[in-house]
Design a protein around this ligand. Structure first.
Ligand SMILES: Nc1ncnc2c1ncn2[C@@H]1O[C@H](COP(=O)(O)OP(=O)(O)OP(=O)(O)O)[C@@H](O)[C@H]1O
Ligand code: SF4
Ligand SMILES: [Mg+2]
Length: 326
């Protein structure tokens, strides 16, 4: 395993691959493959936030879903401290599932519109048979106040809440099983900037109080710089650079990271910077270029780049880069 590790990792991911078959025709024959995640390794320490950034379609969400066991990994190894190793996530043990939860960009789509929020938040406790009815009721009340909602809102339905409040409900539900890690997949991308700040502050408070770790997925550089301790930059299913947040933002070494940062004029969290600002032709995960997948866009590309895929190597304190020329 490469050494791009947190000091004492809570979660270790090694060579994770998720390949989707592309099928066509009446017989649904496989005509190709999408290498959505293609050999990703990283770790997250207790109480740490790893920001995962990259353009649309680079495999960020698929990475998060594979960790959760919500899509099947093709290959790789996912291990949690103190838990049995989980190989290829083919059968996710319950203990593991409880320790990792996910929140999404659009909580509304994952909240049952016909359920009151007290029932939504209690559902994980019911499913896992945790506590007595009375204990569950008390736990739900605690969670509602922990995420900054009022007790009298417990009987309301999702449509009675604003976008930010719905994200708070999603967070409360994710916290019900007392996870160690939360995968946050674009948790504030659908919210107004002022509401974004409130949700980011809530996540930071919860991290401090509960010692939570986050895999924070976003294509918004400002937000990632604001929340992360370490950052991993993804390009077409691979991590091309990872390191401490400060190093990545002040001295990116991979030509792709440089391109992203150059295309984001300011890192002010109150301004949104979309990776779509990178306007070159973007090769897709279905037709990955040979060697270094970035060579079709890289100003430094040479022959070796077209032939051999570079591996992550340490270049500075905790900063790992996959590039033949850096
Ligand atoms: N179930 C699926 N079947 C086939 N291809 C898929 C599936 N899910 C994702 N993909 C493809 O895998 C690649 C990675 O998708 P993914 O959603 O992980 O990207 P992302 O980095 O989260 O992008 P975005 O920033 O737009 O959310 C894309 O090419 C996508 O089209
Ligand atoms: S390996 Fe080559 S093509 Fe890839 S980023 Fe480095 S210089 Fe560019
Ligand atoms: Mg996504």
């Amino acid at each position: 395993m490469s050494d791009n590790l947190a000091a004492s990792p809570l979660l270790s991911v090694e060579n994770l691959k998720v390949h989707f078959a592309i099928r066509a025709g009446v017989f649904q024959r496989q005509v190709g493959e999408v290498k959505a995640v293609d050999g990703v390794s990283f770790s997250i320490g207790a109480g740490e936030t790893l920001g995962l950034v990259g353009e649309s379609g680079c495999g960020k969400s698929t990475t998060g879903l594979a960790l959760m066991g919500l899509v099947k990994a093709t290959d790789g190894r996912i291990a949690m401290q103190g838990a049995e190793d989980v190989t290829a996530m083919r059968s996710v043990p319950r203990a593991h599932r409880r320790r990792m939860q996910i929140i999404f960009q659009d909580p509304f789509s994952s909240l049952n519109p016909r359920q009151r929020i007290r029932d939504i938040i209690r559902a994980p406790l019911d499913i896992h048979g945790i506590g007595t009815t009375e204990e569950r009721r008390a736990e739900v009340a605690k969670l509602i106040s922990l995420v900054g909602l009022r007790p009298d809102q417990a009987d309301n339905f999702p449509h009675q809440f604003s976008g930010g409040q719905r994200q708070r409900i999603g967070i409360a539900r994710a916290l019900a099983l007392k996870p160690d890690i939360i995968v946050c997949d674009e948790p504030v991308s659908a919210l107004d900037v002022s509401v974004q700040a409130q949700i980011l502050n809530l996540l930071a408070d919860l991290q401090r109080e509960l010692g939570l770790s986050y895999l924070f997925i976003s294509h918004d550089l400002g937000v990632v710089e604001h929340v992360s301790h370490r950052v991993a930059v993804m390009y077409l299913g691979r991590i091309v650079e990872t390191g401490p947040k400060k190093a990545i933002f002040s001295k990116p070494l991979h030509p792709y990271s440089e391109l992203l940062l150059r295309s984001a004029p300011s890192h002010d969290p109150h301004r949104r910077h979309q990776f779509s600002a990178v306007s070159d032709d973007i090769p897709s995960a279905t037709k990955k270029p040979s060697g270094c997948a970035f060579h079709t866009r890289c100003p430094l590309a040479t022959d070796i780049c077209r032939r051999i895929e570079p591996q992550l190597e340490v270049k500075a304190d905790g900063q790992f880069v996959a590039c033949h020329h850096r």
